[in-house]
Design a protein around this ligand. Structure first.
Ligand SMILES: C[S@@+](CC[C@H](N)C(=O)[O-])C[C@H]1O[C@@H](n2cnc3c(N)ncnc32)[C@H](O)[C@@H]1O
Length: 227
């Protein structure tokens, strides 16, 4: 039986190999991550990155916005340590503010960021949890701000019935949680990607005025959402 690991344990244990694996073919590799930088408005001065990990998406962002101020949240300390080492100069200049905490517990202050991004992290959460996060993201955005999400979503181009695939992922997670008597309050690593139409609906339900699919590569999808 597949033993589920707590979310932070899972990523802490894999932080050393993370960059090598995720810059190659996983989720469209670095190309999909770089799309995020290209979609940020030129006027972006500060951004919040949810599940920033080792900061693979940051290189293209710093290339395009050398002065940008980044706040990054992640529950896996080893991933953040890796990031600090890679972006030593920006970190020491105070351009990167890192918080080792869950984005489910973060205090999203009203109208604080020009942009919010999340890259390959939200496919572990339910519709309800995500819709709450999206409401908080929207609240934290300045007027005219954008939220860019790059994530693993179920492709209708490759699957006949994407909804039944999504349902199967959530059902399997429930079975595993019960079988392993997992603590209901903790987050475990198990992929539960959603269909693209469900993703878009959650974002509109959270109040975004416009949501568009900007990039597809297999299951990797990038959405741009306007406050
Ligand atoms: C697949 S990695 C993506 C890292 C980076 N954004 C990238 O694309 O390379 C997912 C990251 O999300 C973090 N994560 C998962 N759930 C989280 C949560 N609730 N709060 C903060 N970070 C979380 C994990 O620790 C991990 O570093």
């Amino acid at each position: 039986m597949e033993r589920l690991e707590k979310m932070n344990d899972f990523f802490n244990a894999r932080s050393e190999i993370y960059d090598e694996v995720h810059t190659s073919d996983v989720g469209g590799g670095i190309v999909g991550k770089n799309v995020v930088a290209s979609l940020l408005p030129l006027s972006t001065k500060n951004l919040l990155d949810l599940g920033i990990g080792t900061g693979l998406e940051l290189q293209a962002i710093f290339n395009r916005f050398p002065q940008i101020q980044v706040t990054g949240l992640d529950i896996a300390e080893n991933m953040l340590n890796n990031l600090k080492y890679k972006y030593k100069e920006e970190y020491e200049k105070g351009q990167i503010n890192l918080l080792n905490m869950s984005y489910l517990d973060y205090d999203y202050e009203e109208e604080t960021f020009d942009a919010v991004i999340s890259v390959m992290t939200l496919h572990h959460y339910t519709h309800e949890v995500k819709t709450d996060i999206y409401r908080n993201i929207r609240k934290a955005l300045n007027d005219g701000g954008v939220y860019i999400e790059n994530d693993y979503m179920i492709s209708e181009l490759e699957n006949e019935d994407p909804q039944s695939i999504e349902d199967e992922f959530f059902k399997n997670l429930e079975i595993l949680r019960k079988e392993q008597a997992l603590d209901e309050k903790s987050e475990y690593h198990y992929d539960t990607p959603c269909t693209v139409p469900n993703q878009i609906k959650m974002l509109y339900d959270a109040g975004f005025s416009n949501v568009e699919v900007m990039y597809r590569f297999g299951n990797t999808t990038v959405l741009k959402c306007i406050k």
